[in-house]
Design a protein around this ligand. Sequence first.
Ligand code: BDR
Ligand code: CA
Length: 308
Amino acid sequence: MPAEKVIIDTDPGIDDAMAILFAIVHDDIDLIGLTTIFGNVTTDIATRNALALTELSGVDVPVARGAYVPLVQEALPVADFVHGKEGFGEVPPFAPSGSPVEQTAADFICATVNANPGEIILCPVGPLTNLAIALEQDPSIATKVKSVTVMGGSVAAGGNATPFAEANIWQDPHAARAVFEASWDVTLVGLDVTHKVICGPADFAGLADAAPKLGGFLNDAAQFYFRFHEKHDGFYGCHMHDPTAVISIARPDLFTLEHGPLDVIVEGDKAGQTIKSSDTFRPRANLCMGVDDNAVREVFLSTIKSSF
Ligand code: BDR
Ligand code: CA
């Protein structure tokens, strides 16, 4: 099978870094671009961090800077208490030598999808603002992408940013609604599965031993993430949100799906909650509800270890 051509839309972010490095190393993923968004950090820091990850890995992957604010609502605070002020925990900020491409994230997405009809998988692992803007600019991309794999939302697992909302959807619920309304093939990799995929200090220490450059970096960054989870989730380790979404592209066999139309609550106490919609005219999304968590963890660890 040829490698899947993937654009990751991202707010790096510690688990974003795990997802991006996984995509760079894994043979079945051809990472053709990174587009950046606010969320864990500001869009400028996300852009700098995305460039830094490509340079750390020694790959030439274009980075396109995305939107600075949500579609409709006021910007919410960045999640620096989860990922650290600079995005990679206590790892000091890198100063990458490269620059983002001239195109905006939305322009890059539209141009790349139009140039590769039927081939591109969009994998947003941050707020969905760039995808919503791209759709607005060129609605035809909905019929030209291969599929869209969203890390975000939750069907039955509750929220993490609020009791109802998962963080990526909460940061821009209007954008998420636009993405779920479009007629493209969407797979939701939400908290229903990402809360089941957990790695701990021994896993990351093993990565650092086996693959000092990429694994060592992830191990350093993850220490802050472990402390966040200890405080907020009661275990010393971390949820593997964003890498789980990318792994679902390479290994869909490790997930079980339900299907149905989705909507998002955009206002009030439950803003950012993803809900099953009863509107049968809406496109049906694939909802990841089950996961072979041990296998996903193993795929992640063995892939990063192979990068030495
Ligand atoms: C999502 O929110 C961010 O903090 C993570 O990077 C992930 O994309 C999990 O809810
Ligand atoms: Ca993210």
